[in-house]
Every structure is written in C-alpha cells, then in structure tokens.
Design a protein around this ligand. Sequence first.
Ligand code: HEC
Length: 118
Amino acid sequence: MKNCLLILVLIAGHASAAGDPKNGAFLFRRCASCHAVGPYASAGYGPQLNGIIGRKAASTKDFKYSEAMKKSGLTWDEKTLAAYLRAPHDVVPGTTMRFWGIKDEQQVADLLSYMRTF
Ligand code: HEC
C-alpha cells in the first residue's frame, strides 16, 4: 500500500493528489445515495463508478445517461474528474447529476484515491 501511494504521488506530480482513501470512503457517503462501487455495483439514481478513473463518460450499459453526458466525449482522468466533482455543470453543461460540487481540493483528492480502489 505504501509503495502504491508513492507511485501515485509520483504520477500525480504533487502530494495532495495522492489523497487519503479512508477519508475518501467517508466522503463517498455523499455520493452513495446515487452511486454504487464494488463487485455488486449496478446503476441506481446514478451509474456505478467502478474503474471510473480512465473510463469513458457515459459508458456503463445499465444506466440511461443524459444527452449532455453522452455527447461530452470525456474520458474520466484525474483532472476532468476533479473538475467535474468541483462543478459538475461547468464541465458537463446539462448533466442530470444533481450535485452542487465539492470545493475543497483535498476532499476531491481523497475521493479520487478512494474511487481508485474499485
Ligand atoms: C443526487 C444523485 C447524485 C449524487 C449525490 C452524485 N451523483 Fe454522480 N451522477 C448522478 C447522475 C444522475 C449521473 C449521470 C449524469 C448524466 O447522465 O448527465 C452522474 C454521473 C457521475 C459521473 C459520470 C459517470 C459516467 O459513467 O460517465 C461521475 C464520475 C460521478 N457522477 C461521480 C460522483 C461522485 C464522486 C459523487 C459524490 C461526490 C456524485 N457523483 C454524487 C447522480 C448523482
């Protein structure tokens, strides 16, 4: 685990991007009313988020995405994901994700590090 975090720090380029997956798990409770992760995850109010980092936007089969998300052409890398979590409607205008966004960079980093484990 230590090695893994170290590698992530190196890839991300700056320390805060490594995040704290434990705090991320705590923060994910805000997402869990709509999103599932883990081996039995399926779509709910929102699409399941397994392997989200590196996944193409609107690519799960069991969720009906908005036209806006389907046409976004995005791939969820760390940068776009962080931007989307900060301000969903700025990154994908017209998205049906009803979420006001997380302004705190460290919280976003923690969430990403948690989601990376699925
Ligand atoms: C109130 C329900 C709700 C909450 C809370 C919510 N989301 Fe979403 N999310 C959605 C919906 C609905 C979509 C699909 C949006 C669309 O099609 O435009 C979505 C889409 C996404 C996507 C794009 C998925 C894909 O397959 O392209 C990501 C990533 C995401 N949400 C992450 C999060 C995270 C992380 C949180 C918590 C910080 C969160 N969401 C909170 C409802 C929600």
